[in-house]
Design a binder for this molecule. Sequence first.
Ligand SMILES: [Fe+2]
Ligand SMILES: [Fe+2]
Length: 349
Amino acid sequence: MKDNPFQPANRLTGATSPASPVPGGVTFTTTNLLKTPGTHGRGRFIVRGTDVRSSARGPFLQLSLGDKNGEVTAICWKGATLAEKLAIGNCVEIDRFQVDDFGPKFEVGELRLLGPGEFKPEEFVATLPANEIARNWTEFHEFMDSIRDPHLQKLRQKIWGDPAIGEKYKIHPSAVFHHHNYVGGNVQHVVGIMRVIEAVCHSYPKLDRDLAIFGAAVHDLGKLKEYEVGASIRVTDEGRMRGHLVIGAEWIALLCAELRAEGYPFPKPIEEDLVHMILSHHGKGEWGSPKPPATAEAMLLHLGDYIDSQTKKFLQDIESNINNPEGWFKRFDPDIGENRWIRTRREPA
Ligand SMILES: [Fe+2]
Ligand SMILES: [Fe+2]
């Protein structure tokens, strides 16, 4: 859990308090603290979702609030009409929360919508520390340097030699929720997969290591167009319409075609392998892949992606629920279609 960006609250400044001090001496609570029953607090958050629900007491507002530590759902019993005034991406200040066993609550009059000049969007997006981003970027290029296939090296130059792609790739998040959902998450995730691939290729030398490593590098390339970073990480229209597998597969095909148009004879079979690996890396149709893996390298990429994303998701979930007094929490897991109990700590032996 050492490399989790959510504890302490602000890894960039090295602050160890879970609360977030701002100029003027006001201390705001964070989403992490709002998961602890008995907490009271004042906070500033980005609205990540609004939902009006009904109960025996009448309609109420369920508000998803985010900051760089994560996300929390708060209830406002008489706040149903607030939903019309709030949009995803708005910044709100809530003067007083009360947190009970069922989560944070607040009263209608406690919420204030902040104007554009009253907050800095980047304060709300989680980010890896700059030195971790730099370290992951170096390791990424060490893996890429080890590829011996000259055609893949040519395509590498075409992709990451373009600053418009390379600079974005270096700092891009890998998700809105789930795992690696912070600035620098993409390369951290890719390097995690490359390490898995390296270990498996060591046991199975018949695998095309160059192809598998390069496949890891490009498997989520489409996320550069699927997500954009502002006050929160959001899915673009293109991302909603096509998703990163299709975007990435088409992008790679286009870059290969550009190489050929520039006079470089990029082999069609390598292009087809890469396109297939991108399209199949989610493993099956229910998980978003139009085709399951059909080559050993595509299967290895899928498994590497699954290992890295699921392990990190567990670690992030555990870290953000670390204050749970029971030492357990429950979350819905769409992969198994049911709730999953997760333990946050073991009793001392
Ligand atoms: Fe993916
Ligand atoms: Fe991935």
